[in-house]
Design a protein around this ligand. Structure first.
Ligand code: C2O
Ligand code: CU
Length: 509
C-alpha cells in the first residue's frame, strides 16, 4: 500500500471559526467575572445592619393558611399589639419573689477545683426557683458587672411574651447597674430552667442558669425526696450540680426519690441509673402516663431538655452516672452498683407509657402546616463566608417567620438534613409530637418544648397558638443558634419595638 494515509479532517482549534476563537475566552472571562460579582453581592447583602427589627427580615410563611397581617407592616397602624404590652399581671402580691444578681464570680466544685463563672447570686447553678402551680411569680434581675448585659428567660415556662426575656425581641438587654422585673402566673407543673438570653451561647456556658420547678398545688407524693440535677460542663470539667467527681446522698432504703435531670449544655448528655429500676416520670415538664419500670436503659437528653426520674432507694447501692465522664452521685447505701454497659438501649419517649387523650392529634384539622427543613450550604452570614445553617434553604436572617393567629392549630414538619443533632426549642408553647420518621407515636402523649432532632430524622409536631407574641424558635445547641439556626413564630399583628444588632446592644444568641 502506497500513498499518504488519508487523514480525516480533525477538528483543530486552528481551524475553528474566528468567531469561536474570539468569543470562548471572553465568555469564560465573563462567567468568571459574573461569579465574582455574584459572590461579592452575596457577601454584601448578607451583612446585617448596625441594628434591625427581627420582623423586618425573614421570609414570611403562612403555612398554607390565610395571609394575615405581617407585624412589621402594621407597626404604625392602629390595631397592632406591641410585645411590650403582652405582660403578666402588674398588680397583686406575688406568692414567690426573688432577686437574681448576675455577676462574675468563682465557684468551688466538690473536688475543690475552682472555676471562673458568670453566676446568679454567686452560685452555679443559680438559686433554684421552686413555686407552686397558680403562683404569681416575681423575679427581679440585676446586672452587677456583665458588660454585654443579661436577660432572664424561663425555658419551657409558657409566660406572657413580654416576660420571655429575649434580648432584642421582647426586651432590651439589662446592662451593668440595670435591673428588670418579670412577673407572671405559672399555670404548668414540672421541671424547667432559667437562663440569660443575651449572648446566650457564651452566657449559659459560663453559668448564667438555674433550675425552675413548678410543683402541683398539693403534692402528689409528699414523702418523696425531690432534687434537681443540672448537668453542665465548666470549661473541660463535667459536673452534676457542683459534683464533679463522686457525690453521695445518704437516704434510707425504701425512700422514694425524684430526680429532675436538666441538660444545660449545648450537646446531648447521657445518664445511667445503676443498681435500681426506675421510671421516667416526666418529659420537659409533662407527666408521663403510666410509666413502666426501666432497667439497663440509657437516658439521653438533648440540649435544654429535661427528664424527671423516679425510683425507690434499694438496700444495695444505687447511683446516677453522667456518661462520658466519671461523675456519679450515689443514692442510699455505700458501695458500687453493677455498672450498665455502653451497649444498653437508649430510652425512647415515642413508645413509653400509656396512651391518653390529647386536645388534638395527628388526625386533627390543622389551620396551618409548616415545614422546617434544616440544612447547610455555602454562603455568607453577616459577611462571614462558610458553610452556613439553613432553614428551608435560607440563611439567617432570611430564615422563615411562621405567621399564625390566636386559636389556630399548627402543624410543623421538622426535618434534619445535616449530620449533627439539632435540639429545636419553641418559646411560649408546648408541642405534641405526632410522628417520627412517618411512624405515629404510640406511648403517653409526648409534649416537648425542646425536641432533639437527629440527622435524617423527620418529626411532625403540633401546637395550639394560644399565647400571642413574637416567639423564638431556635436550636438549643447555642453556638448553632449564634451561627444563625434561628427563626420566629409570630402572631399576626404583633410587633416589637426592640432592635437586634451592634448599635442596639441586643444579641440574643
Ligand atoms: Cu433555653 Cu431560646 O432558650
Ligand atoms: Cu443545631
Amino acid at each position: 500500500m502506497a500513498g499518504e494515509p488519508v487523514a480525516a479532517p480533525a477538528p483543530d482549534e486552528r481551524h475553528a471559526p474566528w468567531i469561536v476563537r474570539v468569543l470562548v475566552p471572553s465568555v469564560a472571562g465573563l462567567l468568571a467575572l459574573a461569579a465574582v460579582a455574584w459572590v461579592a453581592w452575596a457577601w454584601w447583602q448578607s451583612r446585617l445592619p448596625d441594628s434591625y427589627n427581627v420582623m423586618a427580615f425573614g421570609s414570611v410563611d403562612y403555612g398554607g393558611g390565610s395571609v394575615v397581617g405581617h407585624g412589621s407592616h402594621q407597626a404604625s397602624t392602629a390595631g397592632g399589639t406591641s410585645v411590650s404590652d403582652l405582660r403578666g399581671p402588674r398588680r397583686g402580691t406575688p406568692d414567690f419573689r426573688t432577686t437574681l444578681v448576675a455577676s462574675k464570680s468563682t465557684v468551688r466544685l466538690q473536688s475543690g477545683r475552682r472555676v471562673e463563672v458568670w453566676a446568679f447570686n454567686g452560685r452555679v447553678p443559680g438559686p433554684e426557683i421552686r413555686v407552686r402551680r397558680g403562683d404569681l411569680v416575681e423575679v427581679t434581675l440585676v446586672n452587677r458587672d456583665i458588660e454585654d448585659g443579661v436577660t432572664l428567660h424561663s425555658h419551657g415556662v409558657d409566660v406572657p411574651n413580654a416576660e420571655d426575656g429575649v434580648a432584642g425581641v421582647t426586651q432590651d438587654t439589662v446592662l451593668p447597674g440595670g435591673r428588670r422585673t418579670y412577673r407572671f402566673r405559672v399555670d404548668q407543673v414540672g421541671t424547667f430552667w432559667y437562663h440569660s438570653h443575651q449572648v446566650s451561647s457564651e452566657q449559659v456556658r459560663r453559668g448564667l442558669f438555674g433550675a425552675f420547678v413548678i410543683a402541683p398545688r398539693r403534692s402528689a407524693a409528699p414523702r418523696t425526696v425531690d432534687r434537681t440535677v443540672l448537668a453542665h460542663r465548666f470549661g473541660g470539667t463535667d459536673a452534676l450540680g457542683l459534683v464533679d467527681d463522686r457525690g453521695a446522698q445518704r437516704l434510707r432504703a425504701g425512700t422514694r426519690v425524684r430526680l429532675r435531670l436538666v441538660n444545660t449544655d449545648s450537646f446531648p448528655r447521657r445518664f445511667a441509673v445503676r443498681g435500681v429500676p426506675f421510671r421516667v416520670l416526666a418529659i420537659d415538664g409533662t407527666e408521663v402516663r403510666a410509666p413502666t419500670l426501666l432497667r439497663r436503659t440509657i437516658l439521653e437528653l438533648g440540649a435544654g431538655g429535661r427528664y424527671d426520674v423516679g425510683f425507690t432507694i434499694p438496700r444495695g447501692p444505687a447511683e446516677l452516672g453522667l456518661l462520658g465522664s466519671s461523675v456519679t452521685i450515689a443514692y442510699g447505701a455505700e458501695g458500687t452498683p453493677a455498672t450498665a454497659s455502653g451497649e444498653d438501649p437508649v430510652f425512647d419517649p415515642a413508645t413509653y407509657g400509656a396512651v391518653a387523650g390529647t386536645p388534638f392529634d395527628a388526625g386533627s384539622r390543622f389551620d396551618r402546616e409548616f415545614r422546617m427543613t434544616i440544612g447547610q450550604k455555602l454562603g455568607f452570614l453577616d459577611g462571614r463566608p462558610g458553610r452556613q445553617w439553613t432553614i428551608n434553604g435560607k440563611i439567617y436572617p432570611d430564615t422563615p417567620t411562621f405567621m399564625v393567629q390566636s386559636g389556630e392549630l399548627i402543624k410543623v414538619t421538622i426535618r434534619n438534613r445535616t449530620s449533627v443533632d439539632h435540639p429545636m426549642h419553641l418559646h411560649g408553647h408546648h408541642m405534641l409530637v405526632l410522628s417520627r420518621n412517618g411512624r405515629p407515636t404510640t406511648g403517653s402523649p409526648w409534649w416537648v418544648d425542646t425536641l432533639n432532632v437527629e440527622p435524617d430524622e423527620t418529626y411532625e409536631v403540633g401546637f395550639r397558638a394560644d399565647n400571642p407574641g413574637l416567639w423564638m424558635d431556635h436550636c438549643h445547641n447555642l453556638p448553632h443558634a449564634r451561627d444563625g439556626l434561628v427563626m420566629h413564630v409570630a402572631y399576626a399583628g404583633v410587633t416589637t419595638p426592640y432592635l437586634i444588632g451592634g448599635r442596639s446592644e441586643n444579641h440574643p444568641e
